[in-house]
Structures are given as structure tokens and as C-alpha cells.
Design a protein around this ligand. Structure first.
Ligand code: PLP
Length: 221
């Protein structure tokens, strides 16, 4: 089942789009099943759980942290995390940079944009993200490398609305790439699309889909 899902999702991915298999709340055996099907990129959203899985599972797994990250927990991930998807405050990026420097790394990060209608989601508004990039302090944060934009669409069946939200993020990504990143090749990632909306994301610029329940089934924390 897990292996069939991995194979069928990856078979339909366009060139340049990667699958992040979101394994939060799922046991190590489930991850190993996906691993046996060739999957190497996994997403987790709880620090302790990631810590444990990282310690016990094969070392060629690329671990992405996809959830809201508390500043005081960055230090646990800093030695090994491959990508932090959801930088939602300047303070968090500063801490990632501080920890990155400690370990001699430039830790890859994405800025999380808040484009959904729900109040509760984390992330920079477009205006805040613009101000943050314009202010330029991030350029001194050399232990972190901003590699693109992440977002989550509203929880709705309205595909038109979801498409509009992804387009907002996509436009901001292109703008930021031109204005602030000088078209640097390292600023190249657009992380959007989950189990229920990734077909829409594939039509609207994603380079990384984050899929959990479609692969591993539903599981409560
Ligand atoms: C859980 C989670 C996902 C995966 O969601 P599914 O609907 O299970 O595919 C993707 N992104 C983030 C940030 C998540 O927390």
C-alpha cells in the first residue's frame, strides 16, 4: 500500500518536482516501507519524534522539518536537518543561523507565507515578508540559507480558491527571486501541495509536495 502510493505519486511528478513523504505520527516500520520503495525525503513536524527517528533510521534519509518550529528547539535539529520549511518569524531565522554557524553549516530554509484564509495558520503575510526581505538583516544570517517559499492553502474544497492562494505564493516567489536574490540558483524551491490539494499545486508552480495521509493513511497524534 505505502509502496504503491509512493510509486504512483512519484511516477506522475513533473521534472523538477520532489516528493516529501510526511511521516509524522507514523512508526519507523512505515518509513522503512517507503524507504524500500526508494523514498529518501521525509517530513516531520515534531522535534522529539524527528530526533528519535533520525537516530534510528538509515543515515541517507533527508529529514525535512515541515511544522511550526519553536526557537528554543532549533538546536536539536541544527546538526542534521536538510530543510526547514516553515520559517515564520525573523527571530526564528536568526536562531537557525546562529545554530548553523555553530555547526559550520548554512542550514537550508524556506519562508512560510500566510496565504490561507484561516486565522490560525503561521507565516509571514505578503507585506511582512516583503518588509523582512527589504530590510536585509537576513543577509547577515549566514548560518541559514533561504532557498524559497512555503505555504499552506485554506482547508476548502474550492479548487479555484486554493489555486489563487498558490498563485499568490508563486508571484511572491518570482518577485523575491528577481528583487532580493538576484536570480540566484539556490533560491529555487516552492513548497506547497498536500494530500488533498497537490494536483492543484502541480499546476501552480510547486517544486516540493508534502504528502502524508495519502501515503501513510490517517493517524492521530
Ligand atoms: C501534516 C502536514 C502535511 C501533510 O498533510 P497530509 O494532508 O496528510 O498530506 C503537509 N504539510 C504540513 C506543514 C503538515 O503539517
Amino acid at each position: 500500500m505505502i509502496q504503491d502510493e509512493i510509486r504512483s505519486i512519484t511516477a506522475e511528478l513533473p521534472e523538477g518536482v520532489r516528493l516529501v513523504a510526511v511521516s509524522k505520527f507514523h512508526p519507523e516500520e512505515a518509513i522503512m516501507e517507503a524507504y524500500e520503495a526508494g523514498q529518501r525525503v521525509f517530513g516531520e513536524s515534531h522535534v522529539q519524534e524527528l530526533q528519535r527517528k533520525h537516530d534510528r533510521l538509515p543515515k541517507d534519509i533527508e529529514w525535512h522539518f515541515i511544522g511550526h518550529l519553536q526557537t528554543n528547539k532549533v538546536k536539536y535539529l541544527a546538526p542534521y536537518v536538510s530543510l526547514i520549511h516553515a520559517i515564520d518569524t525573523p527571530r526564528l531565522l536568526a536562531e537557525v543561523s546562529r545554530q548553523g554557524l555553530k555547526y559550520g553549516r548554512r542550514i537550508p530554509c524556506l519562508l512560510q507565507l500566510h496565504v490561507a484564509q484561516e486565522e490560525t495558520k503561521f507565516g509571514f503575510s505578503i507585506e511582512e515578508a516583503e518588509k523582512f526581505l527589504h530590510d536585509g538583516e537576513w543577509r547577515q544570517m549566514t548560518g541559514a540559507e533561504i532557498r524559497g517559499i512555503m505555504c499552506m492553502a485554506s482547508l476548502t474544497d474550492d479548487e479555484e480558491q486554493i489555486a489563487q492562494e498558490f498563485e499568490l505564493a508563486r508571484k511572491f516567489f518570482l518577485h523575491a527571486r528577481n528583487i532580493y536574490f538576484n536570480s540566484l540558483p539556490s533560491f529555487c524551491e516552492c513548497s506547497w501541495g498536500m494530500s488533498d490539494d497537490y494536483p492543484v499545486a502541480l499546476r501552480h508552480g510547486t517544486t516540493m509536495i508534502r504528502i502524508g495521509s495519502k501515503i501513510f493513511g490517517h493517524r492521530l497524534p
